[in-house]
Design a binder for this molecule. Structure first.
Ligand code: PMP
Length: 448
């Protein structure tokens, strides 16, 4: 058995057999064994350029030398990591550094180890501060897979096997009137929303929506939680995407990229006033305790990561993002199979339309159109992988190709990616044309 086969068999035997079946079915039968910057290599020695960035958790490329050095230094310093009964020096330094890059309303931070936990922490803070229990969340929103996060995820499919927190209700993303109708009841502790819904296939709405939400949540005493786990740490061209919306949330969640792609960390920031309302007493201050949150190694790597996502890096994201966006938009215009390219900074989605109803129905020969479209995006991601470009589809809209390279991606790599995508789509289109013609001939023979 090859190393790849062994790893797949072991995972199937000891971890999650159905997941391995899915990977094999989708043509992801590769074992990645080495990664450096924007490149990865599989066990067979094939190289790939990474346009997935660990679903946003690898902002500066894999094993960035300065981040590895920060981790090594931290480990060599024999620091006490999880003492519990003392202030955590590194967590304090990281919180101070975050505060220096955030508005004063977000100067207090609590650290955890993932995005889901950050969302749970934000919800708990809102419950504790408002003494209410309901939460409003948006359709197709993504907030993680812990029980708290699942209670507010905009996907019935992901929620249905698990009990939800009481009083959680869904409203359409971008619809301020629907939000107002619910908020008016005064029942809701929090409104949780993403600045851009990435896992929904990159849904972007008018910033006026967020201004309205800010005003409405203020008026009705509800905490506005912005989940920037995906859109934070420079991904959209500013340190956090909310900076482009002209509002400041009551609670800000972050995770993923703060880890530098090396050591898990998440967190949520709020104002001293909100923090005090929730956990201000000596009795309640312990309610945020968790063993690993704010550990020295994670915080040292996070601080180095933050320092590298500086103004120059953000400017580079905006410039390269504009270039990527312009090229993807041109591709969408040129190719009938692509409906639209949407994004900000280095976070883009390429939506595949049904090529034309005629072609789609001929191709699928009876498979519902939606399924066929989903197969397209998967198929394209898989063909891109064969060409050495790693991409995926987002969790809630599998008709979209997610384009999320490390922030350090180069112009040449961006051009290479779009050229490869263009060729892949062109091949797909000719395949579709062939399928349509073949189906047409078949039908003509049967009925002609
Ligand atoms: N919030 C958002 C917006 C996310 O995109 C994700 C992960 N895709 C999460 C929360 C959950 O993060 P984690 O997987 O680290 O728990």
């Amino acid at each position: 058995m090859s190393e790849t086969e062994q790893a797949f068999a072991r995972h199937a035997r000891y971890i999650n057999p159905a997941w391995i079946k899915v990977l094999e079915l989708l043509g992801y039968g590769r074992l990645f064994v080495r990664a450096e910057g924007t490149r990865m290599w599989d066990a067979e020695g094939r190289a790939y350029v990474d346009f997935l960035a660990g679903c946003g958790s690898v902002p500066l490329g894999y094993n960035h030398p300065e981040l590895v050095a920060a981790a090594m230094d931290s480990l060599r310093a024999n620091l006490p990591s999880f003492v519990q009964l003392a202030p955590m020096r590194e967590a304090g330094l990281l919180a101070e550094m975050l505060a220096s890059r955030l508005p004063p309303e977000l100067s207090r931070a609590h650290f955890v180890s993932s995005g889901s936990e950050a969302v749970d922490g934000a919800l708990k803070l809102a419950f504790a501060a408002t003494k209410r229990h309901g939460v409003l969340y948006c359709d197709l929103g993504y907030h993680g897979v812990s029980l708290g996060a699942l209670s507010v995820i905009g996907s019935a499919r992901m929620r249905k096997k698990f009990p939800s927190l009481p009083g959680c209700e869904e409203v359409p993303f971008g619809d301020a009137n629907a939000a107002e109708e619910k908020l008016r009841t005064g029942r809701f502790a929090a409104f949780i929303v993403e600045p851009i819904q990435f896992e929904a296939g990159v849904r972007i709405v008018d910033p006026a929506y967020f201004k309205a939400l800010r005003e409405l949540t203020d008026r009705h005493g509800t905490a506005l939680i912005l989940d920037c786990a995906q859109t934070g740490m420079g991904r959209t061209g500013t340190l956090f995407a909310f900076e482009q919306l002209g509002i400041v949330p009551d609670i800000l969640c972050y995770a993923k990229a703060l880890s530098g792609g090396l050591v898990p960390i998440g967190g949520y920031s709020t104002s001293p006033a909100w923090q005090k309302r929730a956990y201000g007493s000596m009795q309640d201050c312990e309610l945020v305790a968790n063993t690993f949150g704010g550990g020295a190694l994670a915080c040292n790597v996070a601080m180095k990561t933050l320092s590298l996502i500086d103004d120059a890096m953000l400017a580079r994201v905006r410039e390269n993002g504009e270039h990527l966006g312009a090229r993807l938009t041109a591709l969408a215009k040129a190719r009938p199979m692509i409906k639209e390219a949407r994004g900000r900074g280095l976070m883009w989605g390429v939506e595949h339309g049904a090529p034309t109803s005629g072609i789609a129905s001929a191709l699928t020969l009876g498979i519902p159109n939606k399924v066929a479209k989903e197969l397209f995006a998967f198929w394209i991601a898989q063909r891109m992988l064969e060409r050495g470009w790693l991409t995926q589809v987002p969790a809630h809209d599998q008709n979209v190709l997610r384009v999320e390279p490390p922030l350090t991606i180069t112009r040449e790599e961006i051009d290479g990616f779009v050229d490869a995508l263009s060729e892949t789509v062109a091949e797909n289109e000719s395949f579709l044309r062939f399928a349509r013609d073949a189906a047409g001939r078949l039908l003509a023979r049967q009925f002609g």
